[in-house]
Write a protein that binds this ligand. Sequence first.
Ligand SMILES: Cc1cc2nc3c(=O)[nH]c(=O)nc-3n(C[C@H](O)[C@H](O)[C@H](O)COP(=O)(O)OP(=O)(O)OC[C@H]3O[C@@H](n4cnc5c(N)ncnc54)[C@H](O)[C@@H]3O)c2cc1C
Length: 365
Amino acid sequence: MKTDILVVGAGFAGAVVAERLASQLKRKVLIIDKRNHIGGNCYDCYDKFGVLIHKYGAHLFHTDKKEVFDYLSKFTKWHKYEHKVKACLKDVIYDMPINLNTINKFFGRDFDQKECKKYLDEIKVKIKKPKNAEEQVVSQVGWEIYENFFKNYTIKQWEMHPKKLDALVTARVPIRLNTDDRYFDDPYQFMPKKGFTDLFKKILKHKNIDIKLKTDFGKIKEKINYNVLIYTGCIDDFFDKKFGALPYRSLKFKFKNYDQPFYQDYTVINFPNEHKYTKAVEIKHATKQKISKTTVGYEYPSKIGEQYYPVFEPKNEKLYQKYAKEAKKLKNTYFIGRLAEYKYYDMDDVIFSSLNLFKKLKNKI
Ligand SMILES: Cc1cc2nc3c(=O)[nH]c(=O)nc-3n(C[C@H](O)[C@H](O)[C@H](O)COP(=O)(O)OP(=O)(O)OC[C@H]3O[C@@H](n4cnc5c(N)ncnc54)[C@H](O)[C@@H]3O)c2cc1C
């Protein structure tokens, strides 16, 4: 087998750079993926009831990068969707991330913003430089909110006490003193009108792009010749895990169909303390599909399975850096995306870095 450019992985990292190289530099690109579909983790499909589901968990597009939004807009029309997440504690629904409404409802108060700030200043634990996720949360909202909203959720999600987790894990979720109940505050928050898989089909529809699915790079690497390799799979797999495996947290999804237009009032409901699953996702609120049935996906965190979340621990970062050092020595080989860079990236981050990789490659290959 022979190709000019080989791209491993048909998620956003691979698809965007493949499209740019094919359309702007007129290079021939072969993109392979070990799965039987394109789209990586953003893949969506219709289940047997005709409901459009997100096979790998809820994926909501949001960005503050106009360049990313403009790029994707060449391939899709959008509908407006601002994501909202709720937390359910003993059948009571609260706004998530924590905001003024959450605090008032939880403590049975009627604070305005100023009073709320004063109250939080009283209950939060004074820690200048939080060393872990527990310290990060209690230093912002105190013990009671931590115990009820964060502690068990984090243990379920990571099978690790928040004391052992990097402060960065919980720092991603803001604490708000106003009543803004949007999950993201980016200026661009949209969903592709016909879904993500349709968007990927359009990105990859170019005469210079060939796609081969159900093809694992590890199994064909000895049999294929290429001039340039863009690799978006796990970096430790590329090096046959010679320094050891990079740890990941996984999820199992269980989907249940209901013969009614909607099952719950929100796209995502988190269950910090009840159930084995962490969240119930009814993506139909976001896809806005018009159909009489609905499907809810329940997310069960798991140690084994597909690699979803890198585990933030200094020893893992150190291990990753060993692989990254090896990767830098390789000629005409580029590592990009969440698996190749061992980072939790949102879609827009991945697209942005793929566009930047293309700019770098333009004058180089
Ligand atoms: C549960 C969950 C929810 C998320 N929700 C959001 C959200 O709401 N908004 C948001 O912006 N981001 C979200 N993300 C992040 C988003 O999924 C990623 O940013 C994005 O998918 C990364 O794209 P990628 O191309 O780097 O990786 P992927 O999408 O994982 O694509 C990599 C591809 O490479 C293939 N591959 C790997 N190894 C090989 C190999 N050896 N040979 C051939 N193919 C290989 C894989 O099969 C895969 O298809 C979420 C992530 C998770 C886990």
